[in-house]
Design a protein around this ligand. Structure first.
Ligand SMILES: [Cu+2]
Length: 123
């Protein structure tokens, strides 16, 4: 019967899919941390509090910097959707990134996906 013949193949495919899904769920790929810019005066400071960025949306000019200050009681980080700026996951301190490209850069906190922010960089 065709059903019994095709069953093992279906089971193997399902197992492989489960394994792949399981692996990606277990290891969320946080991009590599990028160094914080030193000696730069930010155009804007964003506070990472529990659990949001304040303000969540900022606009700066090309070549300017944003500093994030981690002031919540929880650990937070800043992870750009495109990986162009990525901070450590920390309880306190700050992280600065200089934006040399025009565009819209969204980011999240790697452990609080509901924490979302956007940096808009204009000419
Ligand atoms: Cu967080």
């Amino acid at each position: 019967m065709s059903l019994t013949k095709s069953l093992p193949r279906f089971t193997a495919a399902a197992a492989a899919a489960t394994l792949l899904f399981g692996l990606s769920a277990c290891a969320p790929a946080k991009p590599e941390v990028t160094p914080s810019a030193e000696g730069v005066t930010p155009a804007v400071t964003v506070h990472a509090i529990d659990n949001k960025y304040e303000p969540a949306e900022v606009t700066i000019k090309k070549g300017e910097a944003v500093t994030w200050e981690f002031v919540g009681t929880n650990r937070h980080d800043v992870v750009a959707a495109d990986g162009s700026f990525v901070s450590e996951l920390v309880y306190e301190g700050s992280f600065t990134h200089v934006f040399d490209e025009v565009g819209t850069f969204s980011y999240i906190c790697s452990i609080h996906p509901e924490m979302r922010g956007v940096v808009t960089v204009t000419e």
